[in-house]
Design a protein around this ligand. Sequence first.
Ligand code: 4AD
Ligand code: MG
Length: 473
Amino acid sequence: MDIKQIIQSEPVGENITVKGWVRTFRSNRFVALNDGSTVKNLQVVVDFEKESEATLKRITTGACIAATGKVVESQGAGQSVELICESITILGDANPDEYPLQPKKHSMEFLREIAHLRPRTQTFGAIFRLRHAMQFAIHKYFNDNGFFMAHTPIITGSDAEGAGEMFRVSTLDPKNPPLTEDGHVNHKEDFFGKETNLTVSGQLEGELFATALGKIYTFGPTFRAENSNTTRHLAEFWMIEPEVAFNDLFDNMELAEDCLKYVINYAMENCKDDLQFLHDRQQQDEKALPEDKRSMPLLEKLDFVLKNDFQRCTYTEAIEILKNSNPNKKKKFKYLIEEWGADLQSEHERYLVEKHFGKPVILYDYPAKIKAFYMRLNEDGKTVRAMDILFPGIGEIVGGSQREERYDVLKQKVADFGIEEESLWWYLETRKFGTCVHSGFGLGFERLILFVTGMTNIRDVIPFPRTPKNAEF
Ligand code: 4AD
Ligand code: MG
């Protein structure tokens, strides 16, 4: 039986064996045992007269043990049942002089340095169980709504976002690569016979499937070689990208809002203990802060998102709001908003969400110049049917658009963006044969987990973060 089952079913009177890792051992008698199935520990009561001195000494924080005994109603507060231990086996020692995790509060920075052990802490156990539940909820949401998952390639020959921030994939000898006559690396001799990279998005291939299977989504690893050392950027992250034939931009917004609310609600219904733990932890952390510096308590914040309609707002309206905002007038923004066309920074996104509207915001109809080539051009000739969803504390959590379905317009945009048409011939052909209105979006999985767990650094919601100058573990 795992500890979650024992706590749920309270099998009083039964003889059982549990295996797990020692959280604490006090008074030579009470072991708080955790096996990862739940944030809760099982109290194992050891008979110190029966066990040898040597065994008792080896019951230390981090040690792995098996305990056999009878489940009884607990005498103490804090748990309903406990295990009266009849025999204990030390499966793996954890020498207290060396084991870095102690039953006290460690800093997140320190725990990142021991990412091989941090899943054993209560906080990271809760985060990674939630992460699992959320990915399951996403698959369930799309499956239940008639979507098909498409596995798009991880190695690609095209730059979907056109930002050029890609990791090269090559088997050529970097010290001595074959060269062309004019001295460039000859990728014809490379493994794939051309330049290839790790994907920055599965969207383009996703579109091929949407214009065949109708409603699809992808959920895969995504790689960006941007040198962003922020609390919201990873070089390797996971993205969910639905793509739907016949959806316009407003259908797309509805799908995204519905999907986000579904998965957040799923977590609230299915991960109560872990969320409660993270909620309490956040409250504890922020106790020292003055009231106006504290964030909304986690459970309240999640409930708030579920209960409120996301605000729809055009880019042009947002620029007006920002131009006239206090931080802009008082020059408090790092990047002042002076005119239409400016790219919005996270400080502006957060102002709109947290100060101006006070709820999630869907910004749409952005200037064509600051968005990717594939977005549908509006009648005004200068904006595109793009949308970003902005969340409190996070900023952008979703980026999406209605796609340019008109062959001639798309061909022209490809040229205007300086993209080699040959690398996208297959993408362009979907507009030549049976083209249709279609839309999709990308949801950053780690940004979603960041929001749901109330953590503040994206490095703490992925098991082994990849960031500039960091690929340990
Ligand atoms: O806005 P982005 O770049 O959009 C796309 O890639 C489109 N192809 C999506 C689509 O329309 N199918 O990225 C989408 C989301 C962002 O809103 C953000 O949540 C997340 O992916 N994201 C990152 N998450 C972590 N680290 C990074 N470096 C991220 N870059 C984007
Ligand atoms: Mg974006």
